[in-house]
Design a binder for this molecule. Structure first.
Ligand SMILES: [Zn+2]
Length: 288
């Protein structure tokens, strides 16, 4: 299935000066068992039946977040570029539909270095696509993918992820700044560790005015199981135990602080909120 990019998928304002838009990079197509195979299957079927979902195919959206505060034009992740999957890599078209050129992007901030989040950082000539942007990585995430032994330790299934990340990181190395957990990357944008999906996966707290928001990347990678059973292990998490702990901690904070949530693979642009019930959580999408 191919997705035709349009203008922003969803938009919200934070305070009087910050505008958040989510832009489509298209979608992935994954075998459902790759994500859900490790979960208790009869309970999973029950959970999905309640929501009238049949898991014969799994084609999650990819939503890149654009943050504009009047001075900075920031992208959170850059999508997959042309080489990963046929229906992904649409960010450039979505940016131009917004009337924005890659040259106008001042900062790129990465949640993690999986292909659907970083492979779009280069153009067709393998040069940086965002020539005027500083590129920001969590130090732990950068060190993991930069390490030449990662390709041997990550396992055969993900070896291409390691090669693909390193190749791109080498091109952008001289325009990279590293940040640590808790650090303010820009005014109003703070890093929050959420390790597990990848060894150094980061989420971002946006605190501008009275309405806080959290960009969760792949720490909350789907709108159903990740919220209703954050304790279940997902096949796409490199450290499933740490990823489950990160989900539970994030959901607790987002619900408690009444934060907006912005998710890379959540539906309809991925902006919404989290509702807590007595035993679990629910993703409530913003009406678009
Ligand atoms: Zn992803």
């Amino acid at each position: 299935m191919s997705v035709t990019p349009k203008r922003a998928l969803a938009e919200i304002s934070l305070g009087s000066s910050v505008k958040i838009s989510t832009l489509s990079d298209g979608n992935l197509s994954l075998p459902p068992e790759m994500v859900f195979g490790e979960m208790p299957q009869s309970k999973l079927t029950e959970l999905m039946a309640k929501r009238s979902i049949t898991l014969t195919k799994y084609e999650p959206e990819c939503n890149v977040t654009l943050y504009r505060d009047g001075t900075n034009t920031v992208l959170f992740d850059v999508g997959a570029g042309p080489d990963f999957m046929p229906a992904s890599g649409k960010l450039s078209e979505s940016l131009s539909a917004m009337g924005l050129s890659p040259e106008e992007v001042t900062h790129v901030i990465f949640t993690h270095a999986h292909p659907d989040h970083i492979w779009g950082v280069l153009d067709d000539f393998d040069d940086p696509l965002f020539p005027n942007a500083m590129h920001h990585f969590g130090r732990k995430e950068w060190d993991y993918w930069w390490n030449p032994s990662t390709v041997d330790s990550i396992g055969a299934d993900l070896a291409s992820f390691a090669v693909g990340a390193k190749r791109r990181m080498e091109v952008i190395e001289d325009r990279v700044e590293l940040f640590d957990d808790g650090q303010d990357i820009l005014p109003g944008i703070a890093a929050r560790a959420s390790y597990g999906h990848t060894p150094g996966h980061m989420t971002f707290e946006l605190r501008n005015g009275s309405e806080p928001a959290m960009i969760v990347g792949d720490a909350l990678g789907n709108p159903h199981v990740a919220f209703e059973r954050p304790d279940w292990h997902s096949g796409t998490d490199q450290d499933p135990v740490a990823a489950a702990a990160a989900r539970i901690s994030l959901l607790d904070q987002i619900a408690h602080d009444h934060m907006k949530i912005i998710g890379f693979h959540l539906p309809n642009g991925g902006i919404g909120r989290v509702e807590r019930s007595e035993s679990n959580y629910r993703f409530i999408g913003e009406p678009s």
